[in-house]
Design a protein around this ligand. Structure first.
Ligand SMILES: N[C@@H](CCC(=O)N[C@@H](CS)C(=O)NCC(=O)O)C(=O)O
Length: 208
């Protein structure tokens, strides 16, 4: 049994879309970050780090989008959510590691500088540094899409749902995402996929 713990608008959207694209039967359990539900004793038993996403696989937790998306792609190979060729599949994993270790923390710095330094005097400069790198990261994603339909080339992969998270955060964070022509056209292609549309709309309903 697969059960995904997610919060609307959080990076867990990547795993949510990945599951929907896989065609697997799964359950969804909202953990609303805005209500602090990630810190309840009950959820901390599922993920002691107090983060989403968590994918429960037959009652055992798997965390981190990169691991969850790789697991989904490998468990449902017929959906071709990772390239068959090993080096190409590894390049997808490499991009997801970059998303997780660089792109996501850039956005966090731009929004939550207090998580990076206790001294309020440092916050403005942490924010500015986060904004600058986030924008550079989004420009890099835009250039990756140049000349083909999907982030990693001509094949839709689990990297695409992950990249959608950053487009949405860019819009919410007031970045001029429309200037990124490839990324913006790609987002429209993404939203035409039934699995993407369904997941995004479902999360918007939970967010209210
Ligand atoms: N690298 C992790 C990041 C997980 C993460 O930081 N999730 C955020 C939401 S985007 C979270 O749960 N934050 C709750 C908190 O820090 O209290 C992944 O990709 O799964």
């Amino acid at each position: 049994m697969l059960k995904l713990y997610f919060s609307p608008g959080a990076c867990s959207l990547a795993s949510h879309i990945g599951l929907e694209e896989s065609g697997a039967a799964y359950e969804l359990e909202p953990v609303v970050l805005a209500k602090g539900q990630q810190r309840t004793a009950e959820y901390l038993k599922i993920n002691p780090r107090g983060k989403v996403p968590t994918l429960s696989i037959d009652g055992k937790s798997l965390v981190e989008n990169t691991a969850i998306l790789t697991y989904i792609a490998r468990r449902f190979p017929e959906k071709k959510l990772l390239p068959a060729e090993e080096a190409e599949a590894a390049r997808c994993i490499s991009t997801m590691c970059w998303f997780s270790s660089i792109v996501h923390p850039s956005y966090q710095r731009s929004r939550r500088p207090e998580r990076f330094a206790a001294d309020p005097a440092a916050h403005e400069s942490i924010k500015e540094n986060g904004k600058k790198s986030y924008w550079e990261n989004c420009q890099e994603i835009d250039s990756m899409i140049q000349g083909h339909d999907w982030v990693m080339g001509n094949q839709f992969t689990v990297v695409d749902p992950y990249a959608l998270v950053f487009y949405g955060w860019g819009v919410n964070g007031g970045f001029p995402m429309q200037e990124l022509k490839n990324y913006t056209a790609w987002r429209e292609r993404m939203m035409q996929r039934p699995a993407v549309k369904k997941s995004v709309e479902m999360e918007a309903k939970v967010a209210g």
